[in-house]
Design a protein around this ligand. Structure first.
Ligand SMILES: Cc1cc2nc3c(=O)[nH]c(=O)nc-3n(C[C@H](O)[C@H](O)[C@H](O)COP(=O)(O)OP(=O)(O)OC[C@H]3O[C@@H](n4cnc5c(N)ncnc54)[C@H](O)[C@@H]3O)c2cc1C
Length: 467
């Protein structure tokens, strides 16, 4: 490490190295407090050349690197061991090019997602990736985890936003594919190999991203459903009736509404009676001809008439829409006030979401009467955050000791339905066991061969993704 430090000092400026324990703290703690990095050195390069030089230096000293973005990941992917270097991309945060004809923006990987959205908006364009951590996560982290969020239904995951990537590879070479082409069939799509690889194959330093027309119109409603099955009927009707404008479709259970209203100051149930299931839906569009309010009203009348929904609240302005979205965010925040929570980020085919929730809820209640399921999230993508709050009177440590058993119960049902044990958060260190148990072995072997071919010495993010 001493030799490496000496070399790093010659590559980086004064602000490029963090070694003091007080300054290192934000890089070492992981967002859920489940893991803690043991690294003693954090490198903060300012450009791609410095990243490449650091990789060369680490290679020479056989020290592994862990790339880190905003450190908001939920699977321990950016956590480093004792003789590993954290490579923070936070200072690579410039916009390199904005091309309004090609509708693309070329940004460095340390750009914070909210800043990138704002840069696009300043140019009357829209960058649609949106998630709870957008104020601190970085686009490099978003791409490396192929992040999802609340607009996937209409715009796709992070993967769908990428037209080019620049990355430093484990050899120290720079893969430069920033041409921004929409059509380019010239062999394997390497940029897509890097997307979702969680820092195990390359360090992303820049990307070309798609931009869309800024949606200057939106219409938002919170509806109460007849029952859980009605969520899928509503989704189908909304998809047909919305003329392609349906952008979000988020499931909220009664318990989630209750948690938000009880613990989060500006959250209030807008209905005058409780319902079991709600959906928060949003339409977005641009252009004067499209009346999203009219589309929403027609959709609500139709689905009320058919008995799919039983009540609805429509936001009549942006403040009211924000208040409805606050319930969605508040539900997530509030869960920490309810003791231990065992969380799952799963996906099944959209058509099987109700079946999954019914089966999984019954199974966990049978195992532990009093457990409080709070399944919520991106039902329009078949992605449910199946979170389970502890029984009220139970000791939290005792509850969390059941995590492995409860995971198995839930994830066996997911597997039986042909779903995925990790929909949008990735694998990191957290889901290595599940990777071994549920992922097709042929896929895992192929992934190992790819890792071996690109990074034979295991220099980049060892111990992540592959069991
Ligand atoms: C409140 C909250 C809400 C969230 N909501 C969502 C959600 O709705 N949808 C969703 O998908 N996720 C969500 N997440 C998870 C998280 O925000 C995302 O995974 C995000 O994309 C991670 O970005 P980051 O910059 O923080 O990456 P980090 O946490 O720093 O890193 C994540 C992984 O990417 C690697 N990495 C980071 N930067 C690079 C790079 N430049 N090159 C190569 N590898 C890199 C790291 O090594 C690590 O393996 C949420 C998290 C929080 C805390």
């Amino acid at each position: 490490m001493e030799k490496l430090l000496h070399r790093l000092r010659s590559i980086l400026d004064d602000k490029g190295l963090v070694t003091a324990s007080s300054e290192a703290e934000p890089y070492l703690n992981e967002s859920r407090g489940r893991y803690r990095s043991e690294a003693s050195v954090i490198a903060r390069p300012v450009d791609t050349a410095q990243v490449a030089a650091i990789v060369h230096a680490c290679r020479a000293q056989k020290v592994s690197l862990v790339p880190q973005g905003g450190n908001t990941g939920l699977c321990g992917g950016a956590v480093a061991g004792p003789r590993q270097l954290i490579l923070s991309l936070e200072r690579l945060n410039h916009v390199r090019e904005l091309d309004l004809v090609n509708n693309t923006i070329t940004v460095e990987s340390g750009c914070i997602l909210a800043n990138l959205q704002q840069q696009a908006a300043n140019a009357s364009r829209y960058f649609p990736l949106s998630l709870g951590a957008e104020g601190s996560c970085q686009i490099g982290g978003n791409l490396s985890t192929n992040a999802g969020g609340v607009n996937v239904l209409r715009y796709g995951n992070a993967r769908e936003q990428v037209l080019g990537i620049e990355a430093v590879m484990p050899t120290g070479e720079v893969l430069s594919d920033l041409n921004g082409l929409r059509k380019n069939n010239t062999g394997y799509d390497l940029k897509q190999l890097l997307v979702g690889s969680e820092g195990t194959l390359g360090i992303i330093t820049a990307a070309v991203l798609r931009l869309y027309p800024y949606p200057d119109r939106s219409a938002t409603a919170l509806v109460a459903l007849r029952d859980l099955g009605a969520s899928i009927e509503l989704l189908q009707t909304a998809s047909h009736a919305s003329n392609g404008s349906l952008s979000s479709f988020e499931l909220i259970p009664r318990l989630g509404m209750q948690f938000a209203c009880q613990h989060i100051p500006d959250c209030k149930d807008p209905f005058d009676r409780p319902y079991d299931w709600y959906v928060l839906l949003a339409l977005q569009g641009s252009g004067a001809t499209l009346s999203l309010d009219a589309i929403l009203q027609t959709l609500l009348s139709l689905t009320l008439e058919k008995g799919i929904i039983v009540d609805a609240v429509v936001a009549s302005n942006e403040t009211q829409a924000e208040r409805l979205w606050r319930l969605r965010g508040g539900m997530v925040e509030a869960q920490r006030f309810e003791g231990g929570s065992i969380k799952h980020d799963i996906s099944v085919k959209v058509s099987r979401v109700p079946e999954f929730i019914h089966r999984a809820v019954d199974a966990v209640i049978e195992r532990l009467p009093g457990i409080r399921p709070c399944p919520f999230g991106h039902v329009g993508d078949g992605n449910i955050h199946f979170n389970l709050s502890q029984p009220l009177e139970m000791d939290t440590r005792e509850y969390l000791s059941l995590q492995g058993e409860v995971n198995r119960i839930v994830l066996d049902i997911v597997a039986d339905l042909g779903g995925s044990f990790s929909a949008e958060h990735g694998i990191g260190m957290l889901k290595l066991e599940e990777m071994q148990r549920y992922k097709d072995p042929v896929s895992v072997d192929l992934m190992r061969s790819i890792k071996q071919a690109i990074d034979p010495d295991g220099l980049f993010n060892p111990g992540k993704v592959l069991p």
